[in-house]
Design a protein around this ligand. Structure first.
Ligand code: SIN
Ligand code: FE2
Length: 213
């Protein structure tokens, strides 16, 4: 996969980082986690508009959003009130290998994209530790990922992410706008239909929430 125009520095693309077996193990971990932390559909701050992705989290903190309180990290699931399930070791290992940060991640957001889901351009900026990279893993159907610069209106480039690919947003890329234009439905058989009706794509995004003390 060739990246069409040069991405911001600190952007790293590790195609095929996880093989099929490792991908299946991560999906099994997601299915296991959803027994206590089911996918829910978050809503946008102020408007209450539902997101097109469903979400859950791993780790001591989880990223959530709703109409009343907006974007934030919470230690518990908004519907069950239970703590988020522990982060799988494979994710902690990936973070240790690629994040270049001296402390473990606190949150792993699990986004489930259906065939029509997308994610508008945004910057991940709800963390205190903005010097820690964002590390993201693609599982299931392919997606067109878009990344620009620190200004919303800046020039962007895009690349297709496939199951097993890893993207690291560190350095300059950490404060760059990015999003997902579209999913390519039916391009992967990784997600079991019984657990993920309609299939789609799972994105796991690890972040450090707080500054290590
Ligand atoms: C995100 O930016 O939160 C998700 C990116 C992705 O789904 O690849
Ligand atoms: Fe993001």
């Amino acid at each position: 996969m060739v990246i069409p125009v040069s991405p911001p520095s600190g952007f790293r693309f590790l195609p095929g980082h996880f093989d099929r077996e490792a991908q299946a193990a991560l999906i099994a971990a997601v299915m296991d986690a959803t027994q206590s932390a089911p996918f829910w559909r978050p809503t946008m701050p102020r408007t209450g508009q539902p997101l097109s992705v469903m979400m859950t989290n791993f780790g001591p903190l989880g990223w959530v959003t709703d109409k009343a309180k907006g974007y934030r990290y919470e230690p518990a699931h908004p519907q069950t009130g239970a703590p988020w399930p522990a982060m799988p070791q494979a994710l902690l290992d990936l973070w240790a290998a690629v994040s270049d940060f001296p402390a473990p991640p606190e949150a792993c957001l699990v986004n489930w994209y259906g065939p029509d889901s997308k994610m508008g351009l945004h910057v991940d900026w709800d963390e205190e530790a903005t010097d820690a990279a964002v590390v993201s893993i693609s599982l299931g159907d392919k997606a067109r990922f878009r990344i620009g610069g620190p200004e919303r209106k800046g020039r962007t480039s895009s690349l297709v992410l496939s199951s097993g690919d890893v993207v690291v947003l560190g350095g300059e890329a950490r404060r760059c706008y990015h999003g997902v234009d579209r999913i390519y439905p039916g391009t992967s058989t990784l997600l079991p239909e019984a657990h993920f009706p309609g299939g789609g794509r799972i994105n796991l995004t690890m972040r450090r929430g707080t500054i290590p003390g």
